[in-house]
Design a binder for this molecule. Structure first.
Ligand SMILES: *[C@@H]1O[C@H](CO)[C@@H](O)[C@H](O)[C@H]1NC(C)=O
Ligand SMILES: *[C@H]1O[C@H](CO)[C@@H](O)[C@H](O)[C@H]1NC(C)=O
Length: 481
């Protein structure tokens, strides 16, 4: 609803080019919309193909400039990496082997570590710790570059825990985990977390044992791994996982349930029960409801329960970054996440930040949305306090130690001046002081271009001209709340 209202507004502006559209927004210095945990990406599936590429790790997980396809790319500075514990294996045990969807691409089959049900002991031959080396290398590369919030997640239980042995889902999209394997799925997650810590020095901060569990589109003809879980089953798995993390002495916390839509996450939180809620440390939700859904209700429920909230998976097929920008700003306005994770950093057509074919291994282009995301991720940094930017299209963040204020603003309709009023701050740069800005034009043109001297403070304000469909970032130092 909000999205449609918003689009209507944009259309009116386009049709009325002579309307004076300039506006002033006041950054609310007293607001506190959470401490930022960071930005990131999930590793499966691109990392299965590209996980050993140091240049891609530099682009995603550092702030330095790296050359790709002849372009000098400003690093996105991600610090969150989500590692996918796979559900596939090609072995046969007790005359049983995995059932494979006719439509799954090999790049989406992720090898899992627990290859048969003979033993829960991770040092036994029922476990193969040699699989999935390239995704693990991507995780290592991310950590070596400073990624410090590492999450383990699952798209499906191991195939042999599934009723039909098919890790893409049940034939009718219903719950596909065998009732006698609920604890095994928890043991799988806990053993992976423990093994990575003991053997590879990877400390998972959190583990989510589900991926879009309320969805009914996970079926045996699917194109990827997936599994529907009823909410009551989720609660049982969470309880087992809580016990198995604790018994292994792990500090890894549980995040859940990575539902597809804000409204599904609301229903999930309202029905999963107080025991499970007590065992979850963070609510993870995906952003696939786009401009719809009650982000505000989900935030209210999560914060009332004392839980952090992340948009743990966002993706869309619009390569310009237009949809990503509007949905991200809706998140900052209504969802108030403290972490934001793009699904596939490399993917086909407009879905990737970088266009790539993860089956053939070709990297072909950098989408404009790469530079659009840089406007946010390079400036709103971990540890900053998120502020209310005073307008739906404006977000601000503050770093107390360096007295730095960051403002990111988008403009969709008529090109216009936006005035930023800093009168609410007790200190701000002096009249005439330069404000550094970066600009990206969503429709093409500027790609994260820095301008250092054309914007200045005028009393308690500064202003900047925004072309149609553009995102700008401003940094000011010497600011005190
Ligand atoms: C374990 O995984 C490696 C890497 O995929 C593979 O080469 C090996 O055959 C597997 N071992 C068993 C016992 O399945
Ligand atoms: C990988 O790339 C192809 C081609 O660009 C794309 O169609 C697909 O969705 C991507 N994901 C896969 C195969 O997992």
């Amino acid at each position: 609803m909000r999205f449609h209202a918003f689009l209507g507004f944009a259309v009116v502006l386009i049709q009325s080019p002579h309307t004076a559209a300039d506006y002033t927004t006041t950054i609310n210095a007293q607001s506190n919309r959470g401490t930022w945990d960071g930005w990131g990406t999930s590793l499966a599936w691109w990392a299965k193909k590209f996980g050993d590429r140091a240049d891609l790790a530099d682009i995603l997980f550092t702030l330095k400039t790296t050359t790709l396809l002849g372009l000098n790319l400003p690093g996105l500075g991600f610090n969150i990496a989500r590692y996918n514990a796979g559900a596939c294996s090609s072995n046969t045990y007790d005359s049983t082997s995995m059932a494979v969807s006719a439509n799954i691409k090999s790049s989406r089959q992720v090898d899992g570590y627990w290859i048969n049900w003979a033993s829960e002991d991770p040092t036994s031959s029922s476990w193969n710790w040699s699989v999935d080396g390239t995704q693990r290398q991507a995780l290592r590369n991310a950590i070596d570059r400073g990624a410090n919030r590492i999450e383990l997640f699952s798209n499906s239980p191991m195939w042999w825990m599934c009723k039909n042995k098919n890790p893409s889902g049940a034939s009718d999209g219903s719950e596909n985990i065998q009732s006698w394997n609920l604890e095994q799925h928890a043991i799988y997650m806990a053993n992976v977390a423990k093994y990575f810590k003991d053997n590879w020095n990877v400390q998972f901060e959190s583990v989510d044992p589900f991926n879009e569990p309320s969805a009914t589109w996970w079926n045996s003809a699917g194109t990827q791994e997936g599994c529907h879980f009823n909410v009551a089953t989720q609660a049982t798995v969470i309880n087992h996982l809580h016990n198995h993390l604790a018994s292994r002495g792990l500090s890894t916390v549980i995040s859940a349930s990575d539902e597809s839509y804000f409204d599904q996450a609301v229903t999930n939180l309202q029905t999963i029960g107080s025991t499970a809620i007590g065992q979850i440390s963070r609510v993870n939700v995906h952003g696939y409801q786009g401009g719809s859904g009650r982000r505000d209700t989900l935030y209210s429920l999560a914060s009332a329960a004392g839980k952090k909230l992340w948009n743990s998976e966002y993706g869309d097929g619009v390569g310009s970054g237009l949809d990503m920008t509007s949905n991200l700003l809706l998140d900052f306005r209504w969802l108030l996440p403290t972490g934001w994770v793009y699904w596939q950093a490399l993917d086909g057509s407009g879905w990737g930040l970088v266009q790539a074919d993860n089956d053939s291994g070709q990297i072909t282009a950098v989408n404009q949305k790469y530079w659009v995301l840089a406007q946010f991720s390079r400036h709103i940094r971990p540890g900053m306090r998120i502020l209310d930017g005073g307008n739906s299209n404006v977000v601000a963040a503050y770093d107390a130690s360096s007295k730095k204020l960051v403002i990111v603003a988008a403009n969709y309709g008529t090109a216009q001046y936006i005035n930023f009023d800093l009168s609410g701050f007790s200190q701000r740069p002096a009249n005439g002081a330069a404000v550094v800005r970066w600009n990206t034009q969503i429709d093409g043109g500027d790609r994260y271009v820095q301008y250092s001297s054309d914007t200045v403070m005028s009393g308690t304000k500064f202003w900047s001209y925004f072309s149609t469909n553009s995102v700008q970032t401003f940094e000011l130092t010497g600011v005190v709340l």
